[in-house]
Ligand binder design. Structure first.
Ligand code: IDC
Length: 629
């Protein structure tokens, strides 16, 4: 039998054909299965090298992204209300990774937070909203502008030295300063970016008009504890502010008068750092006051702003305010020449940051500055300050004149009480001011973020919190501010509500009748001194008297030096005085001149001298004497 016959013979048998077909089919099936299994095992191998698998949702956290801030749980922790699935926990449905959705692996808090996005100024009743302020990647819209000079991670002065606070012990230690990251998400600075001055107004990165509405600290040497991330977050989220001003006093134990320079500078840096993280605008304020003429400490100012502008040249949110309130009769031309020198130094380092220039008479004379503004630079603004209890149409008309002459005005400080920072609040005038400023698009920063026993302190003296202030924790000015800014405070407890009813006016709220005997005039030859009462009010444990002093020289030659000695019926104290020096021993108070009012010309007088004295008793003046030396 031939081979082919044999094959034919084999195939002729039907059973053999069936068997062969089955064999061929099974072989094909086996081969296909083999290939599939091999492919699957290859895929698995690949995925096991990838931390983000299609079956696992990974929410990138700041901790992973930014190990430098991991020591600060507040900064690094994702918001409590953000359910962050743990890597490796499978979800019922495969969730695509961020990398798969977007070519740019930049998670925004909107993507990882299933709850609706809060906007700043809104307060969520439940856990705190996160704004994604510390992000692992730079803002994609401005990739090259990440701050270059990072303030170092140093604890704030409050944490390091809580005893420097005269009245308050911080309840929570201040957080160390993390390396500032660019803000993303819905924060004021993320929304509006770099601001600039156009005409008389501030415009944002899109050229839209923008107003800063914020809060000034008190003197950093006295209330360092409020330079605090937690407090700044609270004023942004609960009060509705978009900016903070760091008032670094130069006098009164401040930067140029025995204050700890390194600590004060660090507080400024911490403040800028917190504000930057939180997407707040921030003003670095060289707070001259009892040093009257900014030229007094010009060299220090130049060195300070040289350093600050080198540090913050790339920050979109930093403003430089170069002299809070020139006063004591200093002229605009002297202020202007100071400003030109300081601005030249800032502009060498920072070509764009907005600079605010103080004006004479406690930053009221914007109308005078408008006639002769600083030339040759962009982004300059001029300060106007008011206290609604004292300054009304007279100062509003100065502002109107200045703006209509083309001067960009910035209200970098205001209060709703009187100019001493105390006394009764005048909400009617304050509301007039707000409407007026809004009509001109003017920005405004309220005085002051502290719990001092005075009406202009937003926080009550007995409140030791650093955030979460309820109505019961705020003075009248604070409550007015939050309402005006459209903020929302946390609910009060029942006890707080009761207490608030008992304490309607807050600090400085209740006026008392001016007692007899507090006004007195005394003569010494041709010189007449009058001590009078401008205002009085009750504090919890003391009576407060705002006193004014005028000295008149009716003689034909000038008076060179004077001293007024007042003896009261009871011990007094003061921590607020202007245009004079004060020393007190028990019941005896000695007032001496400031440099500029030491000499009183023939036939002229000096006023503007004032102070607030406190006493446990109703005061009377037992005696008053004026010495002409
Ligand atoms: C006041 C403070 C007060 C302090 C006094 C002197 O409220 O606690 O004792 O300064 O340092 C300003 C100043 C601002 C004043 C404020 C109220 O810029 O420093 O603060 N004021 O007097 N200009 C007008 C009013």
């Amino acid at each position: 039998m031939s081979k082919s016959e044999g094959r034919k013979g084999f195939l002729a048998d039907k059973r053999n054909v069936v068997l062969l077909s089955a064999l061929i089919f099974m072989t094909i099936v086996a081969v296909v299965l083999g290939i599939l299994l091999w492919k699957k095992s290859e895929d698995n191998n690949k995925n096991s090298n990838n931390p983000v698998t299609p079956q696992v949702t990974v929410a990138p956290t700041d901790t992973e992204a930014s190990p430098t801030v991991s020591a600060t749980p507040e900064v690094t922790a994702p918001a409590d209300d953000t359910p962050t699935p743990v890597a490796g926990t499978p979800t019922p449905e495969a969730t695509p990774t961020t990398a798969e959705i977007s070519p740019e692996p930049t998670p925004t808090y909107g993507e990882v937070t299933p709850t609706p996005e809060p906007t700043y100024g809104e307060v969520s009743p439940t856990p705190e909203p996160t704004y994604g302020e510390v992000t692992p990647t730079p803002d994609p819209s401005e990739p090259t502008k990440a701050p270059t000079a990072a303030p170092t991670a140093t604890p704030t002065q409050a944490a390091a030295n809580p005893t420097t606070a005269p009245t308050t012990t911080p309840t929570t230690p201040a957080t160390p300063t993390p390396t500032p990251a660019k803000s993303t998400g819905k924060t004021p600075a993320a929304d509006h970016g770099r601001l600039s001055v156009k005409g008389t107004r501030i415009v944002d990165k899109n050229g839209k008009e923008f107003q800063l509405k914020g809060v000034s600290t008190h003197g950093l040497q006295w209330f360092p504890q409020f330079v605090c991330r937690e407090t700044f977050k609270c004023i942004r989220d609960e009060w509705g502010a978009n900016a903070v001003r760091l008032a670094m006093y130069t006098d009164e134990g401040g930067y140029c008068s025995g204050g700890d320079k390194a600590k004060l500078k660090q507080l400024v840096k911490d403040g800028v750092s917190y504000a930057t993280e939180l997407g707040l605008y921030v003003i670095i304020d060289w707070h001259i006051l009892h040093d009257y003429d900014p030229n007094t400490n010009k060299a220090e100012a130049i060195a300070f702003f040289d350093e600050m502008s080198k540090l913050y040249k790339d920050y979109d949110n930093v403003f430089y305010e170069i002299c809070n309130e020139p006063n004591g009769g200093v002229s605009w031309s002297r202020v202007k020449s100071y400003a030109e020198e300081v601005i030249a130094v800032i502009r060498k380092n920072d070509p764009k940051g907005i600079i605010i220039i103080g004006t004479p008479t406690w930053s009221q004379d914007v109308d005078i500055a408008a006639k002769d503004p600083v030339k040759g630079y962009d982004n300059l603004m001029y300060a106007l300050h008011f206290y609604a209890g004292t300054h009304k149409d007279n100062i509003r008309s100065k502002m109107k004149t200045a703006i209509e002459a083309g001067l960009p005005v910035f209200v970098s400080e205001y209060g709703i009480c009187d100019a001493s920072g105390n006394g009764a609040c005048n909400e009617t005038e304050a509301n007039k001011w707000v409407a007026f400023m809004d009509s001109y698009g003017v920005s405004y920063m309220i005085w002051n973020l502290a719990n001092k026993n005075e009406s202009s302190s937003l926080i009550k003296q007995n409140c030791k919190k650093l955030s979460g202030f309820t109505e019961a924790d705020l003075n009248q000015e604070g409550r007015w501010l939050v309402k005006m800014l459209g903020g929302k405070l946390p609910e009060m407890t029942k006890e707080e509500l009761e207490k608030l009813k008992d304490d309607a006016g807050g600090s400085g709220g209740g006026d008392v009748a001016v007692p007899d005997g507090i006004e007195k005039t005394v003569k010494n030859g041709n010189v007449t001194a009058t001590l009078y009462t401008a205002n009085t009010w009750n504090e919890t444990a003391s009576k407060c008297y705002q006193l004014g002093l005028t000295i008149e020289n009716a003689g034909s030659s000038s008076l060179n030096g004077w001293t007024v000695v007042v003896t009261f019926n009871a011990p007094v104290s003061t921590d607020n005085f202007w245009c004079c020096g004060v020393s007190i021993k028990d019941k005896v108070m000695t007032l001496t001149p400031a440099d500029f009012n030491k000499t009183i010309g023939a036939g002229s007088q000096t006023s503007d001298i004032g102070l607030i004295v406190q006493s446990k008793s109703l005061l009377k003046i037992e005696s008053i004497e004026v010495k002409t030396k």
